[in-house]
Design a protein around this ligand. Structure first.
Ligand SMILES: [Zn+2]
Ligand SMILES: [Zn+2]
Length: 354
């Protein structure tokens, strides 16, 4: 498998971010990212203006973030040439993104921040929609603002990566719950804006420059064949291979601030087949299928099935004989910080449920 590391969910000056796309690309290139996925609010203008393509060895992908009339239900939509319409319900735009061949992710579904009046929470409440491909289970900006207090704010502004711990429990439970019915991809987002803020009442600082944000929550995509770097003639095809891998759940989330996650592997083997993240198979019976995990370094490894922890151990590599059906995934932790969150391998019943 060929592994590509990206930052997802980024705002530029085309909406409420403070950076030009060229600056954002440079920051991504400096940090060594393979791809970035921009998602300005309610506009695909940057795509029309020709910003998509290989830039400074970075694959620049452009989608947009949709919201409803109440500014709720933020949805990250990629792979579209034009926006899906305004003044429509979340159910409707989620459906239209799928109908038009796009890939869509629910953004920060359980956001509950209340520390900055100028940044209210934008949670998701359209759970009766079933047409989304995935969920942004980890949003750097949301987590950072949710933990903000008067006491810690100076520290948090100075060290914006240190306070990032893990995706919210409530979102993980929700994601695991949906995965019992069907595949649902998890991605990690930065929600980078490089906001300017007045932190101590007397000076303005750039909160989270893009380059700093790009060192933390990453989404790693796994492809069967390598991308053709810097080859613009192959860009459209390669772009769709990235989108299809995301749709298929062939990806994982890592907090790079805790360590380089490149090389992480999670797959399943039975006598007949090998399954990757995102795959489904009918559970063949106890002892008939094994989960394999390889970590880039030793960490605390948790096996989670249908939202419940089944096993925990400190290791770099482990093989686990699967005792029962379910939507299986793993997490790796370093001390009390989440480092790697895999997507599910679903082992279930003939009807596709787990
Ligand atoms: Zn949003
Ligand atoms: Zn956003």
């Amino acid at each position: 498998m060929h592994e590509y590391i990206g930052a997802v969910h980024i705002h530029s000056r085309y909406s409420d971010g403070t950076g030009e796309i060229a600056d954002i690309v440079r920051a991504a290139s400096d940090v060594g990212l393979d791809f970035i996925m921009l998602s300005d609010h309610n506009t695909l203008r940057p795509k029309k203006d020709g910003h998509e393509g290989w830039r400074e060895h970075v694959m620049v992908l452009i989608g947009y973030e949709i919201n409803d009339r109440r500014d709720r239900n933020h949805y990250l939509a990629f792979g579209l040439d034009r926006t899906v319409g305004v003044r429509i319900t979340a159910q409707e735009y989620v459906r239209r993104v799928r109908e038009r061949g796009g890939v869509g992710f629910i953004a920060h579904p359980d956001e509950c921040r209340n520390s900055m009046p100028e940044h209210p929470p934008y949670p998701w409440d359209a759970w009766d929609s079933e047409d989304f491909d995935g969920i942004e289970i980890w949003n750097h900006m949301s987590e950072w603002t949710e933990g903000l207090t008067d006491e810690n704010k100076f520290q948090r502004f100075i060290h914006p990566l240190k306070s990032i711990t893990a995706p919210p429990e409530v979102t993980l439970r929700r994601w695991d719950g949906i995965a019992r019915r069907r595949r649902v991809t998890a991605i990690g987002g930065t929600d980078a804006h490089a906001h300017k803020a007045d932190i101590m009442g007397f000076f303005d600082v750039e909160v989270f420059p893009y380059k700093v944000m790009f060192k933390c929550v990453h989404t790693h995509v796994l492809l069967d064949e390598p991308l053709r770097h810097d080859d613009d003639s192959a860009f459209e095809e390669d772009k769709w291979r990235v989108y299809e891998a995301l749709r298929a759940g062939r990806c994982f989330i890592a907090n790079a601030y805790q360590g380089d996650a490149r090389g992480f592997a999670f797959y399943a083997t039975s006598a007949h087949e090998t399954l990757q993240m995102g795959d489904f198979a009918v559970f063949p019976g106890e002892g008939q299928i094994a989960l394999h995990v390889q970590l880039p370094r030793e960490a605390r490894l948790r096996f989670v099935c249908n939202g419940e922890e089944v096993k925990e151990l400190t290791t770099q590599e482990h093989t686990f004989s699967v005792p029962h059906a379910g939507a299986w995934r793993v997490e790796a932790w370093i001390d009390d910080k989440g480092w790697i969150f895999s997507n599910h391998i679903r082992l279930g019943h003939a009807d596709g449920s787990c």
